[in-house]
Every structure is written in structure tokens, then in C-alpha cells.
Design a protein around this ligand. Sequence first.
Ligand SMILES: Cc1cc2nc3c(=O)[nH]c(=O)nc-3n(C[C@H](O)[C@H](O)[C@H](O)COP(=O)(O)OP(=O)(O)OC[C@H]3O[C@@H](n4cnc5c(N)ncnc54)[C@H](O)[C@@H]3O)c2cc1C
Length: 389
Amino acid sequence: MNTLKPLPGKASILIVGAGIQGLSLAFNLAERGVRDILVLDAGYWQGGASGRNGTLIRGAFSSPEWTRFFAHSCHLWQGLSKRLGENVMYSRRGYTMVGERSSTAALLDRTLEVHKTSGITSSLLTPTQLREVLPALAHERVSAALHLPDSGVAPHHAAMYAYRQACEARGVAIHYGTEVTAIDQSAGRISGVQVGARRIAADTVVLAGGAESNRLAQLAGVALDGYPMRLEAMALEPTRALIGPAVALLDRLCYMHQTARGEVVGGAEVAERPQHTLNADVPVMAATARAYLEMFPQLGHARILRQWAGLVHISRDFGPLLGAHGQLPGLFISAGWCYGHAGAPAAGEFLARAIINGDVDERMRPFAVDRFERNQPVVEPGIVLSHFE
Ligand SMILES: Cc1cc2nc3c(=O)[nH]c(=O)nc-3n(C[C@H](O)[C@H](O)[C@H](O)COP(=O)(O)OP(=O)(O)OC[C@H]3O[C@@H](n4cnc5c(N)ncnc54)[C@H](O)[C@@H]3O)c2cc1C
């Protein structure tokens, strides 16, 4: 890492935030020949949400917009180790979206149609197929299950290491422990950032600051939708292999998978007040344990090994905020990421192309930063998240 190297006085493209979004973008820019890329991070390597997530990669959702975006990302995940030259440990184990309510079964029917028209491989499992894919699931509670064979998981530590190595091998400078404290403008456009008393000139600045996105937008003097949100996960002690694919229990806002070590990792979301804290939270652990117990009763004996939280940035439709910020030339945004691990390869590619030659990919366009001002939110009913009440 470049942490001990002196900060340069200028950069061609300066990225604020070295989470998976910042690193994927830096890699995609460098891969396309951009030089003098500088990535600054206030914290430590993997200290943000990118080192704290559930590692699930879902390649399709219920809306056409999310499905097209994340299908491309899932496709990129499958070839990422080769491209980065390091093993991201992508495990194509499949992903099953489970519905219990009849309304969720109807949603999964509609989802299948979206997948068909988007060219995505998925299928509604028959009861017999569901028993084969998820034998330990409480089948009597399930009204429908939709399976995505190409999706899976990739450990965040492997992905972050691979992106960092690939960036540095291409000359990207990454500085941790380096907080951007001001964002400069000159003649109506971005001109650089400040790190304490140090000024770094840059014509292009990208805000990829995760939960700090609104504060960073304020520093730039522009409006940005969304707010910080706490997400939690927990790991159970290793147990025999019970759960093959990644799983989303849609009616319980719960996701999980079983790692190669046998730990069941996942979490359930409960509507709570915004909390800018990483402290342990018993009600969310209890909700997760209940979801596990009711849906996978054989986990009843397993003890909770550890619990953790992370902070993400959530937009009002839960979708990413990706692209140029129309209020300030030279300013770009990669924020609003609640599925930002899964989405990183596509986001990095799309945003790099938009920055280099203004090419806005059709799969990125729906997630434009100004979509709420145009009253064009993207409705995605198949996610396991809810807004605070
Ligand atoms: C418990 C949990 C489970 C999750 N599960 C999944 C999952 O299974 N699948 C999935 O796809 N996603 C999941 N996510 C979401 C995913 O982790 C995030 O969407 C993703 O990591 C966001 O990446 P990022 O780079 O935008 O943000 P981060 O990784 O948070 O990086 C932002 C960085 O910006 C830096 N920064 C902020 N302010 C400044 C400043 N002023 N100056 C310099 N640097 C600054 C921070 O230090 C931080 O390192 C989960 C998240 C959590 C917390």
C-alpha cells in the first residue's frame, strides 16, 4: 500500500473512498489507460462496508433495471480472477429467492417473466427440485422459490485484496488514513480536494464514500439523495453442510449462505432508527436467529459465533446513485449502494466509461443521480431491505 508515500499535488482522476466501489472504478480506469489515478480513504483498508458484508452476489432481481445491471455484474464476477490476476474466490453456487406469502409467490412469477425477457437463466423450483437444492429448508412454509444458477458468493477479503493488487500493479496510488476535508471548485467546476492543509488538484473527482456520501456531497456544495443506514450480519459456529446456494428469505428481509468453513453467515433487517454506530444490537440478532430457526430448524443447536455491523448509503428507492452529478461539472458519484459488493464490477466498468468518454451505458442510465428530481425512481420489490419507520 502507498500509505507511507507522500501525497501527490495533483491527480488526473481523484476517487474519494477505497471501498470496493472506489477500487473497482480505479481498476477499470487504469485498465483503460488512465494514469495518475489517486484514491484517498479516511479509514483503514476494508474498514468500510466492503469489509463487513455478507459476500452474496445476486445476478438478478425483480425489476428489469436491477436485473440488467446486476446480471452484467454477476457475469463480470465470473471472469474477475483472470482479469485482476488474483483469485476473488467467486463460488457459483446458485442463489435461491424464497417466498412464503402468496403475494411473494406472485412476485416471483412476475420476476421469472422479467428474467425471461432480459435473457437471464432462472427457474421456479418445483417442490421436488426445492428439496434437492435446499433439503434443510422448512418446505411447508414455502409458497415459491426462484433459483438463479449463475449467482453465488465471493468473500469480500479476497475481492478487496485482488482489486487493490490489480490497482497498484497498474500504478494507482491508494492512500488510507487520509480524510478529504474539503472539495474545491474554480470557475464553476471541480478543481480538487483538500486533506487538512494539503491541496490536491484534480479536474475529475469521484465521491465513493459509502455511508459518508451525503457529508461529502455537502463538502462539494451539491445535493445528494439518501442517508446512512446500518446493516448487520452474524455468523453461526461451523456446522455440517446444510445450505448449498445463497438464500434470500424475501418475506423476512433475510439473506444467508454457508461458507466453505461451515459457518452460516447472513442477516435479517428490521426497520430501526438511523444509527451511526457499529455497536452490537440484540434485536437484530434475535430477528436473524428467529428467521434461521423457523426456516432451517436444523440450525437450532448452532451457537452464534460473532456479530457485526456496517454502514451503507441508501437512496430513497434503494438503487445506486451512479454517474455525473449534474450540478457540478467534473464531479461524479458512486453511492446509494446496498448491494454494492455484487454490483461493483459493473459499476466500475460503467462509471469508468462515462468518465473517460461520456458514454452512459443503458444499464446504468436508470440509476442516474438526478432521477428523483425527474420523478423517475426505480421500483425494485425483490430486495431484503426496508426503510426506517
Ligand atoms: C452487514 C452487511 C451485509 C451486506 N451484505 C451484502 C451482500 O451480501 N452483498 C452485497 O452486494 N452487498 C452487501 N452489503 C453492502 C455492501 O457491503 C456495500 O454496498 C458496499 O461495500 C459499498 O461499497 P462502497 O465502496 O460504496 O463503500 P465502503 O466500503 O463503505 O467504502 C467507502 C469508503 O469511503 C471512505 N470515506 C468516507 N468519507 C471519506 C472522506 N471524507 N475522505 C476519504 N475517504 C472517505 C471510508 O473510509 C470508506 O472506506 C452489505 C453491507 C453490510 C454492512
